[in-house]
Design a binder for this molecule. Sequence first.
Ligand code: NAD
Ligand code: TDX
Length: 336
Amino acid sequence: MKIIVTGGAGFIGSNFVYFELQENPEDQIICLDSLTYAGNLSTLEEAMNNPNFKFVKADISDRKAIFKIFEEERPDIVVNFAAESHVDRSIENPGIFLETNVIGTGVLMDACRKYGITRFHQVSTDEVYGDLPLDRPDLFFTEDTPLYTSSPYSSSKAGADLLVLAYYRTYKLPVSITRCSNNYGPYHFPEKLIPLMISRALADQSLPVYGKGENVRDWLYVRDHCSAIDQVMRKGRLGEVYNIGGHNERTNLEVVKTILRELDKPESLITFVTDRPGHDMRYAIDPTKIYNELGWFPETKFEDGIRKTIQWYLDNKKWWEEILSGEYTKYLGNTY
Ligand code: NAD
Ligand code: TDX
């Protein structure tokens, strides 16, 4: 099968490319990415020599370019990871989130309609459900929880989800959607909480915790997210939404303290800073549907995953130091 993976030069997309090349060597993977600040070709270095892998530089909201690629490649499956993904950036500059996350998803689906595919899979987020109160630990997001977003980022992802479901109903485009909780692991861009704290702690810099650090996120090791998407993309029911999570809730402060402990750094590095506007309090996924229907379960416990992640950042300093210094921009090239 030929699979187009959009956003494959980013965090989760690149982990998915490696997952597929390893687990399904009979499939061909085409990574389609516009290489924004968050996309990095050095992340895909190990895939470049694989005969089943190809990189194509393109913007998913560029209709002409996308249609040309579909005309030439004729993919069987499209998995859409490409997105503007950082909540803080969406608060600063919402426009590009609408362009990429909403318009881009629509363009991809129009190309799927024209050239025919067996599945369009949309990678979405638990943030589309809004947030849960801290004093109701009995509440979880199910697939039936109403969409009730807080940030321009989550609103753009919810808009895309609605468009995907509309294309299923109106055009019978074979689609599926997964909504996952917070990921962590290798190749996570160092603007996000966990890699930011690891890189700053290693440099003995202050660790900016928003508000009181009481906000709760439900953390999942990135390889577990990839295996769940793989299951849904191959076996999930068309037109359905599947939540993905592993019941692993932590406050931000707990996560930061765990990182400091593992790195043997002092808690005095923690600095409480002005809260994020509209900051969601708690995310927590009920993953019963994917557990029961597809038999998917996460394999990595948080304690093991965070250790593996910290070790990866220690072993791959060159990768994130280049990003932090802006050096990665020299990889920007067009191989198509
Ligand atoms: P990321 O920011 O690390 O990577 C995004 C990738 O998309 C980059 O390679 C970037 O170059 C590419 N891209 C951006 N705009 C593009 C465009 N217009 N055309 C083509 N490529 C473009 O993001 P991530 O954390 O890997 O997230 C991937 C997907 O998973 C996103 O859709 C996000 O909403 C979703 N998601 C993320 C998490 C998480 O915890 N990171 C959790 C649930 C869902
Ligand atoms: O410096 C920081 N200090 C801090 O306290 C940063 C960057 C974050 N935080 C807090 C905000 C959040 O409560 O940590 C928590 C996690 O923040 P992010 O890493 O920015 O992730 P979040 O906002 O939860 O969104 C992430 O998970 C869902 C991804 O970025 C999204 O793409 C995904 O959909």
